[in-house]
Design a protein around this ligand. Sequence first.
Ligand SMILES: CSCCC(=O)/C(O)=C/O
Ligand code: FE2
Ligand code: NI
Length: 180
Amino acid sequence: MSQLTVFNDQAPNSALLKSTDANKIKQHLAQVGVNFEQWQTGQAITSSMAHTDILSRYQEDIARVQADGGYQTVDVIALERGNPDAAQLREKFLFEHTHNEDEVRFFVKGQGLFCLHIDDKIYQVLCQQGDLISVPANTAHWFDMGSDPEFTAIRFFNNEAGWVAQSTNSDIATQFPLLD
Ligand SMILES: CSCCC(=O)/C(O)=C/O
Ligand SMILES: [Fe+2]
Ligand code: NI
């Protein structure tokens, strides 16, 4: 189940709030400028499915998000269980960073944990199949895919270079709970 856990950024051991109610997750995140949606995912996608077929399946929702946010580029990132490079791939996103564009991700399959550092709070959003999260540009955050990742996500970009991150040079990501 998708889940929101909120912490004070100085207190990683005691959550201020925990909810698996999608409406509450949406409301709480909307208060800090983050959009959370749940889309119908229908028939499960398979690991052999071409990325172009995945994009075609969601073309109407993708077109709406692109039109609303002006995102020029859309791609698919997919990781299957048992990936020999899992540890290295996990590290790539496991430090607090920002992007100078919105981070917009739709989970077609699997899950991942977005950790957003907004004001003096940490919002941990466990995104699962069917969830869209849209994090405003320049929001400090990190992302955990877990030790044996499995997810397929559609990513929206508004620059042609794709994924570019700036580190905040903070070690805060090491202080908060992660996925198994
Ligand atoms: C779920 S897509 C991979 C994560 C990512 O792109 C990112 O920037 C995490 O912070
Ligand atoms: Fe990011
Ligand atoms: Ni509340």
